[in-house]
Design a protein around this ligand. Structure first.
Ligand SMILES: *[C@@H]1O[C@H](CO)[C@@H](O)[C@H](O)[C@H]1NC(C)=O
Ligand SMILES: *[C@@H]1O[C@H](CO)[C@@H](O)[C@H](O)[C@H]1NC(C)=O
Ligand SMILES: *[C@@H]1O[C@H](CO)[C@@H](O)[C@H](O)[C@H]1NC(C)=O
Ligand SMILES: *[C@@H]1O[C@H](CO)[C@@H](O)[C@H](O)[C@H]1NC(C)=O
Ligand SMILES: *[C@@H]1O[C@H](CO)[C@@H](O)[C@H](O)[C@H]1NC(C)=O
Ligand SMILES: *[C@@H]1O[C@H](CO)[C@@H](O)[C@H](O)[C@H]1NC(C)=O
Length: 530
């Protein structure tokens, strides 16, 4: 029990006093209530009585705002600084990394950031039982005092993060009319109530991506939920209608689905990689199904604007799978709006591989649809409270993705329990929020703060801008990405994997030099003066 030996103390308020707050419409923000985890960094504890807020200030023409989180325990610590006039530090510069921003050169437009309302996430949320605490969890992700998420992923039926495998219309079997299609207990009692609370607090429309893991077993060659299977050809049209019925039924509940993926991780079911709900798709079969069934069914329906997102599988398999599918079945391409990519090979393959597809299909977006830590076989501990290594892994991944034109990043389960579940297939993993219903609290992991440095500053419509980097001979490993937001501010995000350093940022005639602590993530926001 990790919690036995921990200390409870308030964060240092040092960063919060002594600064002058500017245009601060939500208040200065309550700091993280830190709990030090032995041999790890800190988690921030939320109870019915207290939860930290993340408040983003509007920069003014003469000031910029900086936010820092670090392994040493800073969590979204905000400071405001005046631009220095006539700063002559050309000498000091020689020791610094210098980033020159050029907002006139723009790249992809951001769609959003979010997480997944799985059965597990919504069961854990409801299991907190205290209405105030449940509200704090929703606010932590979606409100102005939280990450300001504006995307969600929702499973169509069950997935491994359910208490049991299930699909809609399990009976009657061999029923191409889907005569008994109705939402499940989990939709009515867990997922829909959570999504409705989310929609109440989000300030942007929440773009919801819905994915199937497995259809009812009677549509499949192996007649069970997991292992190696394909769709029986006689049910190709039925499976397309299975998606449409879900979108209709959620619309009837007042929930608009924005996009669908063409089946979660289709390679799992080809090679029997997963012992949980899956459906295998060889690239050519998937292409044929999209071209002849899913695409026409959606585009001829009342939901013709739904985004159709294909792949929804690992980064490493993007070039071979998509190029093979669309070269052979080019008619599928007209129906596909973008490609979903998952996290679990990212350690081995750079996001540069996306260009092997986007150069062939420049009109289609790449969206990160699922990511989590703790899933690798060598990660024996599935939930590691306070792990900065996992925050670092998220920051590395998001910066790599964004610099390769990815338009958004959706985390996996919004919250899990201390075991990393529930998960009927025992495929437990970590999450940015872990719930402790027994002690009426939840904790925000370092991963949550890693996400905050991106999601909170990059609203939908932000455009990535060009950064030119000059490095001294020896420097800390600092990666970066920069954006111009719809409110004409410039946002620079820095991740330092290494020792403390200073980074200089030039934009137009302005130049600032900011301290970037040992193992930290820093976001800087200023008005666009370029
Ligand atoms: C870097 O940070 C880690 C923990 O955050 C600390 O243990 C280490 O001493 C720091 N190193 C330096 C050189 O500051
Ligand atoms: C800045 O410093 C450099 C060398 O230290 C000097 O040559 C230059 O004139 C200075 N510029 C201003 C504007 O003071
Ligand atoms: C329809 O499905 C429900 C379970 O969702 C089941 O109880 C019922 O028997 C099914 N009806 C038919 C006609 O198969
Ligand atoms: C998957 O296959 C394994 C080994 O053949 C079997 O033990 C397991 O029950 C199967 N899982 C499901 C959900 O059918
Ligand atoms: C819900 O919370 C109770 C304690 O309040 C706990 O015993 C139970 O395991 C929790 N359920 C899940 C699915 O984590
Ligand atoms: C960063 O710059 C400040 C001010 O010049 C200096 O005191 C500090 O030592 C520098 N830090 C590093 C890590 O170089």
């Amino acid at each position: 029990m990790l919690f036995c030996k921990t200390n409870l103390f308030f964060a240092s308020f040092a960063g919060f006093i002594g600064s002058v707050w500017l245009n601060d419409d939500v208040g200065a923000g309550r700091p993280c209530l830190q709990r030090q985890i032995p041999d790890q960094s800190v988690v921030c504890v939320c109870s019915p009585a207290y939860c930290d807020d993340l408040v983003r200030d509007t920069p003014t023409p003469d000031k910029y705002v900086m936010y820092t989180s670090s392994e040493a325990g800073m969590r979204f610590v905000k400071t405001t600084h005046a631009f220095k006039t006539n700063e002559n530090d050309s000498k000091r510069d020689q020791d610094n990394i210098v980033l020159t921003l050029d907002p006139s050169i723009k790249y992809q437009t951001v769609l959003g950031f979010g997480g997944a309302v799985t059965d597990a996430a919504s069961i854990n949320w409801k299991n907190l039982t205290d209405p105030g605490l449940m509200q704090k969890l929703i606010d932590s992700y979606f409100s102005k005092s939280g990450l300001q998420y504006n995307m969600l992923r929702v499973p169509i039926g069950g997935c491994d993060f359910s208490t049991h495998p299930y699909a809609y219309n399990e009976i009657p079997e061999n029923d191409p009319a889907l005569s008994n299609y109705s939402l499940a207990y989990e939709d009515h009692h867990f997922k829909i109530p959570m999504i409705k609370e989310i929609m109440k607090v989000a300030s942007d429309p929440v773009y919801i991506v819905a994915s199937t893991w497995s259809p009812p077993p009677w549509m499949k060659t192996n007649r069970v939920y997991a292992n190696v299977s394909q769709l029986k050809p006689e049910y190709y049209q039925t499976y397309a209608e299975y998606f449409l019925k879900f979108v209709e039924q959620y619309a009837n509940e007042g929930i608009k689905i924005w996009g669908i993926t063409t089946t979660n991780e289709p390679l799992n079911g080809m090679f029997g990689i997963a012992n949980f709900n899956s459906l295998g798709w060889a690239p050519l079969n998937l292409g044929r199904w999209i071209a002849n069934h899913l695409g026409p069914t959606i585009r001829n329906s009342a939901f013709r604007d739904l985004k159709i997102i294909s792949h929804d599988d690992q980064r490493a398999t993007v070039p071979f799978y998509i190029n093979m599918m669309l070269r052979a079945i080019s008619e599928a391409s007209q129906y596909i709006d973008g490609f979903g990519v998952h996290y679990y090979t990212d350690l081995f393959v750079s996001a540069e591989v996306f260009s092997l597809v986007t150069e062939n299909y420049p009109d289609k977006f790449i969206l990160a649809t699922e990511s989590c830590e703790g899933s690798f076989p060598w990660q024996k501990e599935k939930v590691v409270l306070g792990s900065w290594d996992r925050a670092k892994a998220y920051a590395v991944d998001i910066i790599d993705d964004l610099n390769q034109n990815v338009v958004g990043w959706i985390d996996w389960n919004l919250c899990l329990n201390a075991q990393g579940g529930p998960n009927w297939a025992r495929n437990f993993v970590d999450s940015a929020i872990i719930v402790f219903p027994e002690s009426k609290e939840f904790v925000k992991q370092p991963m949550y703060y890693a996400l905050s440095h991106f999601s909170k500053f990059l609203p939908r419509g932000s455009r990535r801008i060009k950064v030119t980097e000059r490095k001294p001979l020896w420097s800390s490993r600092v990666t970066n990405v920069a954006f111009q937001t719809p409110k004409n501010t410039v946002v620079v995000i820095l991740h330092n994997e290494d020792l403390a350093t200073n980074v200089s940022i030039e934009i137009g005639q302005k130049k600032i030099t900011v301290p970037v602590p040992n193992r930290s993530i820093v976001t800087i926001e200023m008005l666009n003066v370029g």
